[in-house]
Design a protein around this ligand. Sequence first.
Ligand code: MG
Length: 465
Amino acid sequence: MGLFGTNGVRGIVNEGLTPEIALNLARSLAVYLLEKKSGTGRRTSPTVILGTDTRISGMMLKSAVVSGLLASGIAVMDVGVVPTPSLQYYVKNHSGVDAGMIITASHNPREYNGIKLIASDGTEFSRESEKVVEEIYNSKRFMHAEWSKTGEICFEQNCNEEYLAGILAIIDRKAIEKKGFKVVTDTGNGAGSLTLPKLMSSLGCKVMALGAQPDGTFPWRNPEPLPDALSEAAALMSGSGFDLGIAQDGDADRAVFIDENGEFIDDEIMLAAIEKYILHKEKGPVVTTVSTSQRFTDIAKDEEVDIYYTAVGSVDVGRKMVEVGAVYGGEGNGGIIYPRHQVCRDGAMAAALVLEMLAHTGMKASEIKDTVPTYFNEKVKIRVPDKNLKEVMAEITKKVTDEKSKLGYTETEKIDGLKLWFNGGWLLIRPSGTEPIIRIAAEAKNKEDASKYLEIGEKYVKAVI
Ligand code: MG
Protein backbone atom coordinates (compact mmCIF):
# COMPACT_ATOMS: atom_id res chain seq x y z
CA MET A 1 0.00 0.00 0.00
CA GLY A 2 1.12 3.56 -0.73
CA LEU A 3 1.81 6.35 1.73
CA PHE A 4 -1.59 7.99 1.18
CA GLY A 5 -4.89 6.23 1.86
CA THR A 6 -8.39 7.46 1.01
CA ASN A 7 -7.96 10.38 3.41
CA GLY A 8 -4.30 11.30 3.69
CA VAL A 9 -1.69 9.46 5.77
CA ARG A 10 -3.21 7.51 8.68
CA GLY A 11 -1.99 5.06 11.28
CA ILE A 12 -1.73 4.05 14.92
CA VAL A 13 0.57 6.52 16.66
CA ASN A 14 4.18 5.29 16.94
CA GLU A 15 3.30 2.16 14.95
CA GLY A 16 1.92 3.04 11.52
CA LEU A 17 2.48 6.77 12.02
CA THR A 18 5.77 7.81 13.62
CA PRO A 19 7.55 11.17 14.00
CA GLU A 20 9.98 9.98 11.28
CA ILE A 21 7.11 9.57 8.81
CA ALA A 22 5.71 12.98 9.78
CA LEU A 23 9.14 14.60 9.40
CA ASN A 24 9.78 13.10 5.97
CA LEU A 25 6.25 13.83 4.76
CA ALA A 26 6.78 17.49 5.71
CA ARG A 27 10.16 17.53 3.93
CA SER A 28 8.53 15.97 0.84
CA LEU A 29 5.78 18.60 0.80
CA ALA A 30 8.50 21.26 1.16
CA VAL A 31 10.38 19.99 -1.91
CA TYR A 32 7.10 19.79 -3.86
CA LEU A 33 6.34 23.45 -3.00
CA LEU A 34 9.88 24.68 -3.66
CA GLU A 35 9.95 22.99 -7.07
CA LYS A 36 6.56 24.47 -7.92
CA LYS A 37 7.68 27.90 -6.77
CA SER A 38 10.91 27.83 -8.77
CA GLY A 39 8.77 27.71 -11.92
CA THR A 40 6.99 30.96 -10.96
CA GLY A 41 10.07 33.11 -10.25
CA ARG A 42 8.67 34.13 -6.84
CA ARG A 43 11.30 35.17 -4.32
CA THR A 44 9.58 34.69 -0.97
CA SER A 45 9.69 31.22 0.57
CA PRO A 46 6.47 29.17 0.43
CA THR A 47 4.13 29.29 3.44
CA VAL A 48 2.32 26.31 4.98
CA ILE A 49 -0.61 26.61 7.39
CA LEU A 50 -0.47 23.93 10.09
CA GLY A 51 -3.17 22.80 12.51
CA THR A 52 -4.19 19.81 14.62
CA ASP A 53 -7.34 18.25 16.03
CA THR A 54 -7.51 17.53 19.79
CA ARG A 55 -5.60 14.21 19.78
CA ILE A 56 -2.91 13.90 22.44
CA SER A 57 -0.34 12.82 19.83
CA GLY A 58 -0.98 16.05 17.89
CA MET A 59 1.90 18.02 19.42
CA MET A 60 4.35 15.15 18.95
CA LEU A 61 3.60 14.90 15.23
CA LYS A 62 3.31 18.66 14.81
CA SER A 63 6.80 19.16 16.24
CA ALA A 64 8.23 16.76 13.64
CA VAL A 65 6.29 18.45 10.83
CA VAL A 66 7.42 21.93 11.92
CA SER A 67 11.03 20.77 12.03
CA GLY A 68 10.83 19.25 8.54
CA LEU A 69 9.24 22.35 7.02
CA LEU A 70 11.54 24.90 8.67
CA ALA A 71 14.67 22.88 7.85
CA SER A 72 13.64 22.93 4.19
CA GLY A 73 13.22 26.72 4.19
CA ILE A 74 9.41 26.83 4.38
CA ALA A 75 7.57 29.45 6.46
CA VAL A 76 5.04 27.95 8.88
CA MET A 77 1.90 29.50 10.32
CA ASP A 78 0.59 27.49 13.26
CA VAL A 79 -3.18 27.93 13.70
CA GLY A 80 -3.45 25.62 16.74
CA VAL A 81 -6.42 23.31 17.32
CA VAL A 82 -8.92 23.70 14.49
CA PRO A 83 -11.54 21.67 12.61
CA THR A 84 -10.25 20.49 9.21
CA PRO A 85 -12.73 22.74 7.32
CA SER A 86 -11.60 25.73 9.42
CA LEU A 87 -8.00 25.24 8.27
CA GLN A 88 -9.17 24.71 4.69
CA TYR A 89 -11.13 27.95 4.80
CA TYR A 90 -8.07 29.84 6.06
CA VAL A 91 -5.88 28.40 3.29
CA LYS A 92 -8.47 29.32 0.66
CA ASN A 93 -8.96 32.85 1.98
CA HIS A 94 -5.34 33.96 2.28
CA SER A 95 -3.56 34.45 -1.02
CA GLY A 96 -0.01 34.16 0.33
CA VAL A 97 -0.59 30.60 1.55
CA ASP A 98 0.82 27.77 -0.58
CA ALA A 99 -0.53 24.71 1.24
CA GLY A 100 -2.03 23.42 4.46
CA MET A 101 -1.28 20.45 6.69
CA ILE A 102 -3.83 19.21 9.18
CA ILE A 103 -2.83 16.62 11.74
CA THR A 104 -5.95 14.58 12.38
CA ALA A 105 -7.33 11.06 12.20
CA SER A 106 -10.87 12.34 11.71
CA HIS A 107 -13.35 9.73 13.07
CA ASN A 108 -10.75 7.00 13.81
CA PRO A 109 -10.34 5.66 17.38
CA ARG A 110 -8.17 7.40 20.00
CA GLU A 111 -4.91 5.60 19.22
CA TYR A 112 -4.83 6.81 15.61
CA ASN A 113 -3.58 9.99 14.06
CA GLY A 114 -3.04 11.18 10.52
CA ILE A 115 -1.83 13.98 8.26
CA LYS A 116 -3.78 15.45 5.40
CA LEU A 117 -2.43 17.86 2.78
CA ILE A 118 -4.45 20.85 1.58
CA ALA A 119 -3.90 22.61 -1.75
CA SER A 120 -3.57 26.40 -2.04
CA ASP A 121 -7.26 26.78 -2.99
CA GLY A 122 -8.33 25.07 0.25
CA THR A 123 -9.36 21.77 -1.36
CA GLU A 124 -7.77 18.44 -0.47
CA PHE A 125 -4.63 17.51 -2.41
CA SER A 126 -5.55 15.76 -5.67
CA ARG A 127 -4.49 12.14 -6.19
CA GLU A 128 -1.97 13.37 -8.79
CA SER A 129 -0.33 15.85 -6.38
CA GLU A 130 -0.23 13.15 -3.68
CA LYS A 131 1.64 10.94 -6.13
CA VAL A 132 4.29 13.62 -6.71
CA VAL A 133 4.77 14.10 -2.94
CA GLU A 134 4.94 10.32 -2.48
CA GLU A 135 7.62 10.01 -5.17
CA ILE A 136 9.73 12.63 -3.32
CA TYR A 137 9.09 10.79 -0.03
CA ASN A 138 10.19 7.43 -1.44
CA SER A 139 13.25 8.78 -3.24
CA LYS A 140 14.23 10.86 -0.15
CA ARG A 141 14.94 13.82 -2.43
CA PHE A 142 14.94 16.25 0.54
CA MET A 143 16.47 19.72 0.77
CA HIS A 144 18.39 21.34 3.59
CA ALA A 145 18.28 25.13 3.53
CA GLU A 146 21.48 26.95 4.51
CA TRP A 147 21.36 28.28 8.08
CA SER A 148 20.25 31.81 7.18
CA LYS A 149 17.41 30.54 4.95
CA THR A 150 15.72 28.12 7.32
CA GLY A 151 12.02 28.93 7.73
CA GLU A 152 10.28 31.13 10.27
CA ILE A 153 7.24 30.20 12.32
CA CYS A 154 4.41 32.44 13.44
CA PHE A 155 1.18 31.78 15.29
CA GLU A 156 -2.35 32.73 14.21
CA GLN A 157 -5.19 32.56 16.73
CA ASN A 158 -7.98 33.83 14.50
CA CYS A 159 -8.50 30.85 12.19
CA ASN A 160 -11.68 29.53 13.84
CA GLU A 161 -13.14 33.05 14.11
CA GLU A 162 -12.64 33.67 10.39
CA TYR A 163 -14.18 30.32 9.58
CA LEU A 164 -17.34 31.00 11.60
CA ALA A 165 -17.61 34.54 10.22
CA GLY A 166 -17.53 33.03 6.72
CA ILE A 167 -20.50 30.78 7.53
CA LEU A 168 -22.48 33.54 9.24
CA ALA A 169 -21.97 35.79 6.20
CA ILE A 170 -23.79 33.45 3.80
CA ILE A 171 -26.55 32.06 5.99
CA ASP A 172 -29.92 33.69 6.73
CA ARG A 173 -29.10 34.62 10.32
CA LYS A 174 -32.25 36.65 10.87
CA ALA A 175 -34.57 33.80 9.93
CA ILE A 176 -32.74 31.39 12.25
CA GLU A 177 -32.49 33.87 15.14
CA LYS A 178 -36.24 34.54 14.90
CA LYS A 179 -36.94 30.87 15.57
CA GLY A 180 -34.92 30.78 18.80
CA PHE A 181 -34.04 27.11 18.29
CA LYS A 182 -33.01 24.90 21.20
CA VAL A 183 -30.19 22.61 20.12
CA VAL A 184 -27.96 19.92 21.60
CA THR A 185 -24.43 19.78 20.24
CA ASP A 186 -22.24 16.71 20.76
CA THR A 187 -18.73 17.45 19.50
CA GLY A 188 -17.25 14.45 21.33
CA ASN A 189 -14.25 16.41 22.72
CA GLY A 190 -13.04 16.88 19.14
CA ALA A 191 -11.99 20.02 17.27
CA GLY A 192 -15.62 21.03 16.66
CA SER A 193 -15.88 21.75 20.42
CA LEU A 194 -14.15 25.06 19.64
CA THR A 195 -16.56 26.07 16.87
CA LEU A 196 -19.98 24.38 16.81
CA PRO A 197 -21.41 25.57 20.17
CA LYS A 198 -20.17 29.07 19.38
CA LEU A 199 -21.77 29.05 15.93
CA MET A 200 -25.07 27.92 17.43
CA SER A 201 -24.97 30.77 19.99
CA SER A 202 -24.19 33.24 17.20
CA LEU A 203 -27.33 32.05 15.43
CA GLY A 204 -29.42 32.84 18.49
CA CYS A 205 -29.88 29.22 19.57
CA LYS A 206 -30.11 28.02 23.15
CA VAL A 207 -27.31 25.46 23.29
CA MET A 208 -26.76 22.40 25.47
CA ALA A 209 -23.14 21.53 24.59
CA LEU A 210 -22.06 17.94 25.28
CA GLY A 211 -18.44 16.77 25.09
CA ALA A 212 -17.40 20.35 24.42
CA GLN A 213 -14.04 20.33 26.20
CA PRO A 214 -11.21 19.63 23.75
CA ASP A 215 -9.71 16.36 25.06
CA GLY A 216 -7.67 13.91 23.01
CA THR A 217 -8.42 11.01 25.35
CA PHE A 218 -12.05 11.29 24.12
CA PRO A 219 -13.61 10.50 27.52
CA TRP A 220 -17.19 11.17 26.36
CA ARG A 221 -17.49 8.99 23.27
CA ASN A 222 -15.64 7.62 20.24
CA PRO A 223 -14.72 10.25 17.63
CA GLU A 224 -17.01 8.56 15.09
CA PRO A 225 -20.57 9.89 15.53
CA LEU A 226 -22.44 6.63 14.98
CA PRO A 227 -25.95 6.26 16.47
CA ASP A 228 -24.61 4.02 19.30
CA ALA A 229 -22.08 6.66 20.35
CA LEU A 230 -24.81 9.31 20.44
CA SER A 231 -27.23 7.50 22.73
CA GLU A 232 -26.71 10.00 25.57
CA ALA A 233 -27.43 12.97 23.33
CA ALA A 234 -30.47 11.20 21.86
CA ALA A 235 -31.86 10.24 25.29
CA LEU A 236 -31.42 13.79 26.50
CA MET A 237 -33.34 15.15 23.54
CA SER A 238 -36.32 12.89 23.67
CA GLY A 239 -39.23 14.80 25.20
CA SER A 240 -37.07 17.71 26.45
CA GLY A 241 -38.21 20.40 24.04
CA PHE A 242 -35.06 20.55 21.90
CA ASP A 243 -35.48 21.16 18.17
CA LEU A 244 -32.33 19.54 16.81
CA GLY A 245 -29.27 17.56 17.88
CA ILE A 246 -26.00 17.96 15.98
CA ALA A 247 -22.95 15.72 16.39
CA GLN A 248 -19.61 15.94 14.65
CA ASP A 249 -16.68 13.60 14.10
CA GLY A 250 -13.21 14.24 15.56
CA ASP A 251 -12.17 16.87 13.01
CA ALA A 252 -15.68 18.28 12.47
CA ASP A 253 -15.81 17.95 8.70
CA ARG A 254 -18.84 15.69 9.10
CA ALA A 255 -22.08 16.36 10.95
CA VAL A 256 -24.96 14.03 11.79
CA PHE A 257 -28.36 14.98 13.15
CA ILE A 258 -30.94 13.89 15.73
CA ASP A 259 -34.57 14.99 15.54
CA GLU A 260 -36.73 16.48 18.32
CA ASN A 261 -37.87 13.00 19.39
CA GLY A 262 -34.33 11.75 19.87
CA GLU A 263 -34.35 9.79 16.59
CA PHE A 264 -31.20 9.64 14.50
CA ILE A 265 -31.72 11.14 11.01
CA ASP A 266 -30.23 8.91 8.31
CA ASP A 267 -27.19 10.57 6.66
CA GLU A 268 -28.41 9.74 3.16
CA ILE A 269 -31.80 11.31 3.89
CA MET A 270 -30.16 14.48 5.22
CA LEU A 271 -27.79 14.73 2.23
CA ALA A 272 -30.76 14.54 -0.16
CA ALA A 273 -33.02 16.83 1.89
CA ILE A 274 -30.41 19.61 1.89
CA GLU A 275 -29.89 19.02 -1.84
CA LYS A 276 -33.58 19.63 -2.42
CA TYR A 277 -33.57 22.72 -0.21
CA ILE A 278 -30.57 24.23 -2.01
CA LEU A 279 -31.83 23.40 -5.51
CA HIS A 280 -35.05 25.27 -4.71
CA LYS A 281 -32.90 28.36 -4.06
CA GLU A 282 -30.31 28.02 -6.81
CA LYS A 283 -30.18 25.73 -9.83
CA GLY A 284 -26.93 24.11 -10.94
CA PRO A 285 -25.10 20.80 -11.25
CA VAL A 286 -24.70 18.46 -8.25
CA VAL A 287 -22.00 15.86 -7.57
CA THR A 288 -21.90 12.72 -5.47
CA THR A 289 -20.25 9.29 -5.34
CA VAL A 290 -21.49 6.09 -6.99
CA SER A 291 -22.40 4.66 -3.57
CA THR A 292 -24.78 7.47 -2.61
CA SER A 293 -28.51 6.80 -2.29
CA GLN A 294 -30.89 6.99 -5.25
CA ARG A 295 -32.65 9.79 -3.34
CA PHE A 296 -29.88 12.15 -4.41
CA THR A 297 -30.35 11.16 -8.08
CA ASP A 298 -34.16 11.42 -7.92
CA ILE A 299 -34.01 14.95 -6.54
CA ALA A 300 -31.52 16.08 -9.19
CA LYS A 301 -33.86 14.67 -11.85
CA ASP A 302 -36.97 16.28 -10.29
CA GLU A 303 -35.20 19.63 -10.19
CA GLU A 304 -33.90 19.12 -13.74
CA VAL A 305 -30.22 19.71 -12.97
CA ASP A 306 -27.17 17.74 -14.13
CA ILE A 307 -25.81 15.12 -11.76
CA TYR A 308 -22.22 13.81 -11.85
CA TYR A 309 -20.92 10.66 -10.14
CA THR A 310 -17.39 10.13 -8.84
CA ALA A 311 -15.39 7.39 -7.16
CA VAL A 312 -15.97 7.05 -3.41
CA GLY A 313 -14.08 9.72 -1.42
CA SER A 314 -14.52 13.42 -0.76
CA VAL A 315 -11.35 14.32 -2.73
CA ASP A 316 -12.95 13.09 -5.94
CA VAL A 317 -16.30 14.74 -5.20
CA GLY A 318 -14.64 18.09 -4.44
CA ARG A 319 -12.47 18.05 -7.58
CA LYS A 320 -15.45 17.24 -9.79
CA MET A 321 -17.50 20.00 -8.16
CA VAL A 322 -14.84 22.56 -9.08
CA GLU A 323 -14.67 21.19 -12.63
CA VAL A 324 -18.42 21.39 -13.32
CA GLY A 325 -19.24 24.44 -11.17
CA ALA A 326 -21.57 22.48 -8.88
CA VAL A 327 -23.91 24.21 -6.41
CA TYR A 328 -23.96 21.25 -4.01
CA GLY A 329 -22.36 17.88 -3.42
CA GLY A 330 -21.28 15.34 -0.86
CA GLU A 331 -21.38 11.74 0.22
CA GLY A 332 -23.80 9.87 2.39
CA ASN A 333 -21.84 9.71 5.64
CA GLY A 334 -22.58 13.21 6.91
CA GLY A 335 -20.14 14.78 4.43
CA ILE A 336 -21.89 17.82 2.99
CA ILE A 337 -20.12 20.19 0.56
CA TYR A 338 -21.57 23.65 -0.04
CA PRO A 339 -19.28 25.55 -2.44
CA ARG A 340 -20.70 28.99 -1.64
CA HIS A 341 -18.63 28.62 1.54
CA GLN A 342 -15.91 26.27 0.30
CA VAL A 343 -15.43 23.06 -1.68
CA CYS A 344 -14.84 20.62 1.17
CA ARG A 345 -16.83 18.59 3.66
CA ASP A 346 -17.86 20.99 6.38
CA GLY A 347 -19.66 19.99 9.58
CA ALA A 348 -20.46 23.51 10.82
CA MET A 349 -21.70 24.69 7.41
CA ALA A 350 -23.96 21.62 7.30
CA ALA A 351 -25.38 22.44 10.75
CA ALA A 352 -26.12 26.05 9.72
CA LEU A 353 -27.80 24.88 6.50
CA VAL A 354 -30.06 22.48 8.38
CA LEU A 355 -31.15 25.23 10.77
CA GLU A 356 -31.80 27.57 7.83
CA MET A 357 -33.83 24.85 6.13
CA LEU A 358 -35.93 24.35 9.29
CA ALA A 359 -36.40 28.11 9.67
CA HIS A 360 -37.41 28.71 6.05
CA THR A 361 -39.71 25.71 5.64
CA GLY A 362 -41.21 25.73 9.14
CA MET A 363 -40.93 21.96 9.39
CA LYS A 364 -39.74 19.99 12.40
CA ALA A 365 -36.54 17.94 12.23
CA SER A 366 -38.61 14.74 12.33
CA GLU A 367 -40.38 15.84 9.13
CA ILE A 368 -37.17 16.10 7.10
CA LYS A 369 -37.39 12.44 6.10
CA ASP A 370 -40.81 13.04 4.52
CA THR A 371 -39.34 15.51 2.01
CA VAL A 372 -37.31 12.86 0.17
CA PRO A 373 -38.24 9.50 -1.45
CA THR A 374 -38.12 6.29 0.58
CA TYR A 375 -35.62 3.59 -0.37
CA PHE A 376 -34.38 0.31 1.04
CA ASN A 377 -30.75 -0.75 1.16
CA GLU A 378 -28.88 -4.03 1.39
CA LYS A 379 -25.16 -4.62 1.51
CA VAL A 380 -22.63 -7.37 2.00
CA LYS A 381 -18.87 -7.81 1.61
CA ILE A 382 -17.12 -10.83 0.19
CA ARG A 383 -13.49 -11.70 0.96
CA VAL A 384 -11.39 -12.47 -2.09
CA PRO A 385 -8.04 -13.50 -0.59
CA ASP A 386 -6.42 -15.30 -3.52
CA LYS A 387 -7.31 -13.34 -6.62
CA ASN A 388 -6.42 -10.04 -8.21
CA LEU A 389 -9.44 -7.77 -7.67
CA LYS A 390 -8.96 -5.99 -10.99
CA GLU A 391 -9.11 -9.28 -12.87
CA VAL A 392 -12.14 -10.37 -10.85
CA MET A 393 -13.91 -7.11 -11.71
CA ALA A 394 -13.04 -7.45 -15.40
CA GLU A 395 -14.54 -10.96 -15.48
CA ILE A 396 -17.69 -9.84 -13.69
CA THR A 397 -18.09 -6.89 -16.04
CA LYS A 398 -17.79 -9.14 -19.08
CA LYS A 399 -20.34 -11.65 -17.75
CA VAL A 400 -22.79 -8.92 -16.78
CA THR A 401 -22.46 -7.26 -20.20
CA ASP A 402 -23.02 -10.58 -21.99
CA GLU A 403 -26.18 -11.19 -19.97
CA LYS A 404 -27.63 -7.68 -20.12
CA SER A 405 -30.97 -8.65 -21.64
CA LYS A 406 -31.48 -11.39 -19.04
CA LEU A 407 -30.62 -9.10 -16.12
CA GLY A 408 -32.75 -6.21 -17.36
CA TYR A 409 -30.62 -3.29 -16.20
CA THR A 410 -30.88 -0.02 -18.10
CA GLU A 411 -27.47 1.64 -17.67
CA THR A 412 -24.02 1.06 -16.20
CA GLU A 413 -21.50 3.30 -14.41
CA LYS A 414 -17.89 2.13 -14.19
CA ILE A 415 -16.08 5.00 -12.48
CA ASP A 416 -15.58 3.00 -9.26
CA GLY A 417 -16.39 -0.70 -9.52
CA LEU A 418 -19.47 -1.62 -11.54
CA LYS A 419 -22.87 -0.05 -10.97
CA LEU A 420 -25.99 -1.34 -12.70
CA TRP A 421 -29.05 0.88 -12.82
CA PHE A 422 -32.43 -0.83 -12.84
CA ASN A 423 -35.80 0.88 -13.07
CA GLY A 424 -36.18 2.19 -9.52
CA GLY A 425 -32.93 0.91 -8.04
CA TRP A 426 -29.30 -0.11 -8.47
CA LEU A 427 -26.61 -2.65 -7.69
CA LEU A 428 -22.98 -1.68 -7.01
CA ILE A 429 -20.09 -4.17 -7.04
CA ARG A 430 -16.98 -2.37 -5.83
CA PRO A 431 -13.50 -3.62 -4.93
CA SER A 432 -11.91 -2.17 -1.78
CA GLY A 433 -8.82 -0.03 -2.35
CA THR A 434 -7.12 -1.22 0.84
CA GLU A 435 -8.33 -4.77 1.64
CA PRO A 436 -8.94 -8.02 -0.35
CA ILE A 437 -12.67 -7.38 -0.26
CA ILE A 438 -15.44 -6.79 -2.77
CA ARG A 439 -18.37 -4.76 -1.48
CA ILE A 440 -21.81 -5.31 -2.89
CA ALA A 441 -24.57 -2.77 -2.25
CA ALA A 442 -28.11 -2.52 -3.56
CA GLU A 443 -30.94 -0.04 -3.25
CA ALA A 444 -34.57 -0.23 -4.37
CA LYS A 445 -38.04 1.14 -3.67
CA ASN A 446 -38.92 -2.01 -1.73
CA LYS A 447 -37.02 -4.51 0.36
CA GLU A 448 -37.67 -7.44 -1.99
CA ASP A 449 -36.08 -5.73 -4.99
CA ALA A 450 -33.10 -4.57 -2.94
CA SER A 451 -32.52 -8.18 -1.81
CA LYS A 452 -32.96 -9.39 -5.37
CA TYR A 453 -30.31 -6.99 -6.71
CA LEU A 454 -27.96 -7.93 -3.89
CA GLU A 455 -28.36 -11.62 -4.72
CA ILE A 456 -27.53 -10.93 -8.37
CA GLY A 457 -24.35 -9.20 -7.24
CA GLU A 458 -23.40 -12.06 -4.90
CA LYS A 459 -24.04 -14.62 -7.63
CA TYR A 460 -21.74 -12.90 -10.14
CA VAL A 461 -18.94 -12.32 -7.62
CA LYS A 462 -19.06 -15.90 -6.36
CA ALA A 463 -19.09 -17.27 -9.92
CA VAL A 464 -15.69 -15.78 -10.71
CA ILE A 465 -13.77 -16.11 -7.42
MG1 MG B 1 -13.61 13.78 9.50
